[in-house]
Design a protein around this ligand. Sequence first.
Ligand code: UD1
Length: 422
Amino acid sequence: MYKYLHIYHSPKLSGEVKISGAKNAALPLIASTILAKNEALLSNVPNVADVNTLLKLLSNLGAEFEFKKNILKIDTSNINNTTAVYEIVKTMRASILVLGPLLARFHECKVSLPGGCAIGTRPVDLHLKALKEMGASIAIEGGYIHAKGKLKGADIIFDKVTVTGTENIIMAAALAKGTTRIINAAKEPEVVNLCEALKNSGVEIEGIGSDEIVIKGSDGELIDFKATSIIPDRIEAGTYLAAGAITNSEITLTNVESNHLESVLLKFKSMGFEIKTQNNQITILPAKEIKPVNILTAEYPGFPTDMQAQFMAIATQANGVSTIEERLFENRFMHVQELKRLGANIKTNGKTANVYGPTPLTGADVMATDLRASSALVLAGLIAKGETKVHRIYHLFRGYENLIEKFKNLGAKMKLGLEPLP
Ligand code: UD1
């Protein structure tokens, strides 16, 4: 059985929502505990499917953990197996994050190649090239990356900015012999969260948050991992602000970091919404008139590709033509066909979509294709007349903690349903 989500017309929302820890920060931080000599403690860890998948992978390698109330205690000292199997990796591409730390600590590991994914081919060639430059020998055998060798520091230039690629090399470099310099590194707050945690645990890292990161390796000595808190999830936050925007309602987020959301908040403001920030809160207030928006996705601090689908849903209610260009991924418009099933007027040309608004939406059966595309369908479902049924809803649970409860607390009408596998 798999689950689908019924969403009933919920044209007005109100209230507060507490933002969870960031999935994309939790994943590399959990992987980094492979570098630890002690039991590691992580707090504000979101209880989402991707986190549980990575924990399953690590426990399959021999790690022991306890995960309760968003606190994770994990001990990797008993890892006795260094093969990340296909059955787990295929369900989550970010499993590739164990490659750098496993190789750095054990000098040999096998990690299944992540398969294709719905948003494009998403290769891992840049991760592998960088590890080779650090002295690893890498062979692809039977669908597995077989990496061997004792790592040494190197100058790495990423031809493209890659978030998990940067994280993998930071973790590998922490135990390498000598100094590694990463040029054209990703600057995402999640990368910063990882660097700060490693630095607090004694790893010498410079250039945190910049596009050039320098890491002095410990030559194999495991790190004394200090307790770390996961940063708030900026994409979850952006999604709930988008719920306020599409329903033109006032919503307040708590436990959020507005500095991580600057490009997103600017786009809400350009659409006519008022945004108030104070301490760890952000409030979105209704617009007098929702204006169209122009978006180009980019690496941080640019507009995040992970918010593109949600803004497309809002753009269906703007007065005029919005333009959205996806620059990071080659196939990230699968939500377009589904939004059209609800009545949206969207035309795509390659990586650009024009959204003609405002259009009234009407409930229908729609299919979630990836994590962020599914959140756009939930947003659209809120304002669609009648009932919307979002199928393959498991995509949402990969990255949104307590999604249904949080939406219901804001006054949305929704419930889970079950249906037999096709
Ligand atoms: C991470 C995020 C994901 C987000 C993406 C872009 C995690 C767990 N996931 O994914 O939510 O959408 O950043 O912000 O943090 N590329 C290559 N070769 C490589 C690696 C990447 O060509 O070896 C390309 C990709 O195909 C893509 C671009 O580089 O076009 C950026 O991808 P990348 O930053 O690596 O995305 P992820 O780290 O997988």
